[in-house]
Design a binder for this molecule. Structure first.
Ligand SMILES: Cc1cc2nc3c(=O)[nH]c(=O)nc-3n(C[C@H](O)[C@H](O)[C@H](O)COP(=O)(O)O)c2cc1C
Length: 355
């Protein structure tokens, strides 16, 4: 372990609960931080006021450091309206076929403004700010440094980790192919950046000096130790926390995770227009033929939002974006604080086995 990162973050354990937009609740973040790890709020889908409100809720429940995470998106982008119309027709037909009584709508905005989210993050002033999908600007980096916020950038390749280091990030969250949720890739095509953790960690450790946070497929304390041996300063676990009662993932999703195998987990573009790892369910199979033609993130993400909300309300996990990493079958349902204690106990036991 590189103790300096854990000390710098002001936490007890080399363990970070991954930000999971749409699923990480203030209760989950607070429970993890109270247990001595670092809880992270996935704020990618939140409007600025919600970021401030949820940061306040976390602080009311925990006096410990926590992270806020954002998706770095351009303020304006081209939208192909013919592709939007075709996507809406396909989604409406699917919802009708599946008996969901909702239809797509044209949203007022495709996604919250990153500039406004960033301003809210600065106002909320968490101990750590982490980012995915792209680099932030040098001016934004300076602003975070002036506020004393530790900056973590997401990288899926050695080149992306170098780019974050050159920009001045304090650490890199190294997202390997096994990882659940959206791919953070920004310098390459997604399929060129699916590198397993056992290769990605030592390759990156050789190339950059800033601390690495291992993310992807780590489900227990043994995995945390293995990541450390390969060069990680800490481990970031997302899927392992999905089954916690404090996690906001839909009940049907939690249920489907428990029964999944490694063969059920695929890279999927059809829910959001951006590659992400999750369960290959009814929706994914139905949309496979037109997946490549769907508009890029965040347009398809906004278009599928009514369907995903209705599916969650109807208990239809098979139509939900059931994001998870390749280790999903190893999930354990228990309160988040308990899970942190179990993971750290396993980590210590695994270390002892090698003494
Ligand atoms: C449900 C879910 C949502 C995620 N949302 C985000 C997010 O909002 N921001 C982010 O940087 N990473 C996000 N990730 C990726 C995690 O940061 C991390 O890379 C991943 O969970 C590690 O792999 P694991 O799920 O196998 O532990 C998400 C992952 C999952 C499973």
């Amino acid at each position: 372990m590189v103790p300096s990162l854990v000390a710098r973050l002001g936490i007890e354990h080399p363990l970070i609960q991954a930000p999971m937009s749409g699923s990480t609740t203030p209760a989950l973040v607070a429970a993890v931080s109270n247990a001595g790890a670092l809880g992270s709020l996935g704020a990618g889908y939140l409007e600025p006021q919600a970021i401030l409100d949820q940061a306040r809720e976390i602080r009311a429940a925990s006096g410990h450091p926590f992270a806020i995470n954002l998706f770095v998106l351009p303020e304006t982008f081209e939208v192909d309206m013919a592709a939007v119309d075709a996507a809406r027709r396909a989604l409406d037909a699917l919802m009708e076929r599946e008996g969901l009584d909702v239809r797509t709508v044209m949203p007022a905005r495709w996604a919250p403004s990153f500039a406004e989210q960033f301003a809210a993050l600065c106002e909320a002033r968490p101990a750590v700010a982490s980012f995915a999908f792209d680099l932030i600007s040098p001016g934004q980096m300076r602003q975070l440094k002036q506020l004393g916020i530790v900056v973590v950038g997401t990288a899926t390749t050695v080149a992306e980790a170098r780019a974050w280091e050159e920009l001045g990030a304090d650490a890199v969250s190294l997202q390997s192919a096994e990882a659940g949720g959206h791919r953070g890739t920004f310098l390459h095509e997604p399929e060129e950046a699916l590198i397993g953790l056992f290769a990605l960690l030592p390759l990156t450790a050789r190339a950059v000096k800033i601390p690495l946070i291992a993310a992807g497929g780590i489900m227990d304390g043994r995995g945390m130790l293995a990541a450390e041996v390969l060069g990680a300063a800490a481990s970031q676990l997302g899927t392992a926390f999905l089954a916690c009662p404090e996690c906001g993932a839909a009940a049907a999703w939690k249920h489907d995770l428990a029964g999944s195998t490694e063969h059920d987990v695929a890279t999927i573009r059809s829910f959001s227009g951006r590659a992400a790892r999750g369960l290959r369910n009814t929706y994914v199979k139905a949309m496979a033929a037109i997946e490549a033609e769907l508009p890029a993130y965040p347009v398809t993400n906004a278009l599928t939002s009514p369907l995903r909300r209705a599916a969650a309300a109807a208990g239809r996990g098979d139509l939900l974006s059931e994001w998870c990493g390749q280790g999903a079958g190893l999930s354990r349902a228990m309160p988040a604080g308990e899970l942190v204690a179990v993971l750290m106990d396993e980590y210590v036991q695994a270390r002892r086995a090698f003494d």
